[in-house]
Design a protein around this ligand. Structure first.
Ligand code: TYD
Length: 208
């Protein structure tokens, strides 16, 4: 693969989309070809799966079904969007990836991590980001920034205790994957965070 693969993680409202947009502007200013994409989604079939997963009406969905749908959307998104972009030599900026499944379905829902590792290994066939950035702000502050949970979003409706477990889950994952998952301090302004991200990626030789 010629391109660089960079994923962003964080709790709801951590500012991933803003930071991805700012990084995209930076890459454009340096003439670095790139795409912005997201999970679940980023392609026709995976966006259709996204609708099913997030639909507030699907309250009967089992945790197992949810985990498999996220993995299914990931497999399709890789094949439709991510791998072709990496092969072209584009940098891929992806809003969420495999660690979301570990944090939300594993630590949040309480599914065994061994099961999540297995289904996701099958889904991604070895395609792992060069770096995954965890935008570190606690779930409670993130929700404040978002002005509360969206009533039509099944995941946002999962409750405060769930989202606290997700945040703690990311903290545990940072310990488990120190060479894959990196925390970015988001306590300053969005421009300070953006500068930290660019500095981190430049330091690892991932952006010019
Ligand atoms: P996202 O669009 O990033 O939501 P937000 O911008 O509000 O953070 O992600 C959609 C939801 O899906 C979000 O609640 C996190 C959840 N999710 C999982 O639970 N597991 C996964 O593997 C992925 C990719 C997302």
């Amino acid at each position: 693969m010629k391109g660089r693969f960079i994923a962003f993680e964080g709790c709801e409202g951590a500012g991933k989309s803003t930071q991805m947009r700012l990084l995209s502007e930076y890459l454009t200013s340096r003439g670095i070809p790139h795409i912005l994409t997201r999970e679940p989604g980023g392609g026709q079939i995976s966006e259709a799966i996204r609708k099913i997963i997030l639909d507030g009406k699907n309250s009967e969905m089992t945790d197992e079904c949810e985990a498999l749908l996220y993995a299914a959307a990931r497999a399709q998104h890789l094949s439709d969007t991510v791998v072709p972009a990496l092969e072209r030599g584009d940098t891929v900026l992806c809003d969420r990836y495999i660690f979301s499944s570990f944090a939300y379905q594993g630590y949040g829902r309480g599914l065994p991590l061994s099961f999540l590792k297995e289904i996701n290994a099958f889904a991604v066939e070895g395609h792992m980001p060069d770096a995954t950035l965890f935008l570190d702000i606690p779930s409670s502050r993130a929700f404040e920034r978002k002005h509360g949970a969206d009533p039509d979003d099944r995941m946002e409706q999962a409750g405060e205790a769930f989202h606290r477990r997700v945040y703690e889950g990311y903290k545990a994952l940072l310990q488990e994957y120190p060479d894959r998952l990196f925390a970015i301090d988001c306590s300053g302004t969005k421009y300070e965070t953006s500068a930290r991200i660019a500095e981190f990626l430049r330091g690892r030789g991932l952006i010019g």
